[in-house]
Design a protein around this ligand. Sequence first.
Ligand SMILES: Cc1cc2nc3c(=O)[nH]c(=O)nc-3n(C[C@H](O)[C@H](O)[C@H](O)COP(=O)(O)OP(=O)(O)OC[C@H]3O[C@@H](n4cnc5c(N)ncnc54)[C@H](O)[C@@H]3O)c2cc1C
Length: 444
Amino acid sequence: MSTKLQALVNGRVLERGDEGYDAARSVWNAMVDRRPRFIVQCRATSDVIAAVRFATEHALEIGVRCGGHGIVGHAVPDDGLMIDLRPMHDVHVDAERRRAHVQGGALLGALDLAAQSHGLATTAGNVSHTGVGGLTLGGGMGWLARQHGLACDNVVAFEVVTAAGEVLRASAESHPDLYWALRGGGGNFGVVTEFEFALHSEPGNAISAELHYPPHGARDAMRRWRDLAPDAPRQATMTAILGETVSLGLVWVGNPERGAGYIDDMAAALSAVSEPIARDIAPLSYLDLQTRDDDIEGHAWRRYWKGHYFAELGDDAIDAVLARDGDGPLNAEIQAYGGAIADVGDAETAFSHRETAFEFVAATKWTDPADDDQRVAAARAYAAPLAPFASGAYVNALTDEGDAGLTRAYTEHKLARLIAVKDAYDPANVFHLNQNIRPTVSRA
Ligand SMILES: Cc1cc2nc3c(=O)[nH]c(=O)nc-3n(C[C@H](O)[C@H](O)[C@H](O)COP(=O)(O)OP(=O)(O)OC[C@H]3O[C@@H](n4cnc5c(N)ncnc54)[C@H](O)[C@@H]3O)c2cc1C
């Protein structure tokens, strides 16, 4: 069967025992250890079409891999066919039109680098080895989002291979229902072989500012930090990191003098209620900002997350965030939304919860499989008391929650509309290894 498949595609087809097979099936989360029957290393859209058609003809489950950073590892199907898009990693910038044509397997670092070489950028996530594919299809939060919207808000067109093996262009003019669904609906509707992004002028100056507090002495400063968020300039994304210390601050992307002035004001406001034990304020280039967490968020660890969106972060919620017992390598990060994210009308994209004020993610990493249960339980135990304060969740931060997770990620109305688009483009649920929007037939 593999010879037949290999004859249909330009890229390599890998099976168990082939050189490169194990590297190709391993993803960011080392908990994911699945063995596809075939890995098709796609070189062109025609390879993707052939792989989709072959898989459907032979009833093989399809996993779609871009950066391999999906926490659940849906990209890797056990005994199925993995569409490995990584050889399709080109980024072409049209500086005059301010557009980036990004192949479906590109990583964020390639997009940032290509755009910045023209003094341009668009919203991308905070770790450069994350895939453009999964991040953008789920929404795509990043340091530029409060100025320019989520990554998905900047996509003007998608080239998509559908479940029927057809190539479509989805944009405001062409298949607008699909265009709507691809901006937040995840990998449910087809394989995106090219994203066309709008780019923005971005000279590339950033500042990172963190004021560190002891975990048990951070409450008042954190309330003050929270109060500053609604009026913060769009260049500022408020951040809180809860690790050995509680670090309150922001990331600034924009005019450095204005940034330094705003950071002084923020530091003065926080210090007035509670003096920090240390502070780190550092200017850096935008590209350095986009890669600074690459090592700490590196591969080969076992990982688990639990996330929430908060439309508001009340005093009780702050107390619950701070009530962590500091057990083991368990961290949480909070990032402010708002700004241009909330400018986009709720009905315009599948992405929900544009009213989000803050995103919370509890994350843990470890190496010994014997610790799996304990580490997963610790992250869940941290996030559970926060659930009553939550307004929803980010689809790209969902783990193993099934349909219950989908109802946290999408409003009822959006879910109904997503099911209608699924019915139109993938009624047999060919693309189901994802946070799955099941078509009507499989709901009966
Ligand atoms: C270290 C790290 C940092 C992160 N930082 C951020 C951040 O700053 N902002 C943010 O918003 N999110 C962030 N995330 C979450 C991230 O958006 C998701 O993990 C996302 O799924 C990663 O996409 P990927 O392409 O790397 O993963 P993959 O595992 O390759 O893909 C995940 C899923 O997306 C779908 N998919 C991927 N590419 C395509 C495609 N071309 N066509 C169709 N379907 C596709 C498939 O269903 C696939 O199973 C981060 C994750 C990690 C691990």
